[in-house]
Ligand binder design. Structure first.
Ligand SMILES: *Cc1c(COP(=O)(O)O)cnc(C)c1O
Length: 358
């Protein structure tokens, strides 16, 4: 038996979740977002399993170049676009589609001789105020892109800042700023990430850009994936490597921040922040031990965590422990660590082996 943590990757669940996205947005094409090593789930396997997606989305040119070197032939969209000539040339050479979000990028495109034209997405800032042209400047940028001989294929994109909260009026305000641009320009457009796709049908348009939902976590606050018909793709597992007993009042772990309220058994699990388990997880964060929950106690160490075994008298060294995934929603663990499932998934470190589920 090995006691290294591993993450089981269920590609059947991934394909199922892509189907959920298709069903929810039946008239849109799907740009499946696989940036950050497919949200920590591992490339190129995830990209290959998503061969039915209409395109793939990455944040950076280097990610797109790597996908091409791994033999991925689908359309790839670089969501941040290029930050210099070298990246632009690489994007053109590898047939990556690029976003144009600022005048510097537009000028670079106009001034760089390229072996072949590139497909572009003009990014409009409809209110998130991260990347994109202000709506009032979008029509002029669009005109210049259409005239640029390095451009072949031009689409429009914006990104939603508050779609995770279905009650927040900011999303409608963003739509009100973006949609009028489309009536003037005859062009394909994309607005929705996972939350936009599932929560705002009017945001679906020609292309949707789901990320998180494909990996089987809910993009909404206070909601769980199973309510949306999604199945978890990553199940993070490790094992119990010690079972100890301590007297009432004894401290557990670094800083002695937690004390046994009574004489009790404590389990030590081989996983820690060095593997990507969040250090800020609070006592009470659940793990699954032999199919039942046990709460975290004490601080998270680099390689280990400690858990309360009072309700697990049968627990023994070698027992399997699930940190999140099947049977234990990552959303719930994230709440106990003041973070979001996105960060849990992306944070899994390279020392955790990703294993494809049979
Ligand atoms: C990451 C990203 C997405 C995917 O967002 P999810 O919330 O994971 O669905 C979509 N569009 C852009 C521009 C992104 O950066």
């Amino acid at each position: 038996m090995r006691c290294d943590p591993h993450a089981l990757i269920d590609l059947g669940a991934l394909r199922h979740n892509l189907g959920v996205a298709r069903k929810a947005a039946p008239s849109s094409r799907i740009l499946a977002v696989i940036k950050a090593n497919a949200y920590g789930h591992g490339l190129p396997r995830v990209a290959q399993a998503l061969h039915q997606a209409d395109a793939l989305g990455v944040a950076r040119v280097s990610e797109g170049v790597r996908l091409r070197s791994q033999g991925i032939r689908q359309p790839i969209v670089v969501l941040e676009g290029c930050c210099g000539r070298e990246e632009l040339e690489a994007a053109a050479a590898q047939e990556l589609q690029i976003c144009i979000h600022a005048p510097e990028q537009l000028q670079l495109l106009q001034q760089t001789p390229l072996p072949r034209p590139v497909a572009c997405w003009l990014k409009v800032d409809s209110g998130m105020h991260r990347l994109g042209y202000p709506p009032a400047e979008a029509a002029e940028a669009f005109r210049q892109l259409r005239e640029c001989r390095n451009v072949q294929g031009l689409r429009l994109m914006t990104h939603l800042a508050n779609a995770d909260d279905r009650a927040d009026p900011a999303t409608d305000a963003q739509l009100d700023r973006f949609l009028p641009l489309l009536s003037g320009l005859k062009v394909e457009a994309s607005i929705a990430n996972s939350a936009g796709l599932l929560g705002w049908p009017q945001a679906q348009r020609d292309w949707v850009r789901p990320g998180l939902m494909l990996y089987g976590a809910s993009p909404f606050l206070n909601s769980r994936a199973d309510e949306l018909g999604l199945r978890p793709v990553m199940t993070l597992r490790s094992r119990l490597i010690a079972v100890r007993r301590f007297a009432a009042g004894e401290p557990i772990g670094y800083g002695a921040t937690w004390h046994c309220p009574e004489e009790m058994p404590i389990g030590v699990v081989a996983i820690g922040y060095g593997d990507g388990y969040p250090r800020h997880a609070r006592p009470g964060a659940p793990v699954l031990l032999n199919g039942r929950r046990a709460p975290l106690v004490g601080r998270v160490s680099m390689d280990m965590i400690t858990i309360d075994l009072r309700r697990h008298p049968e627990a023994a060294v070698g027992d399997e422990v699930t940190l999140w995934g099947e049977g234990l929603p990552a959303e719930e663990v994230a709440e106990h660590a003041d973070t979001i499932p996105y960060q849990l998934f992306c944070g899994v470190t390279t020392r955790v082996e990703l294993r494809e589920r049979e």
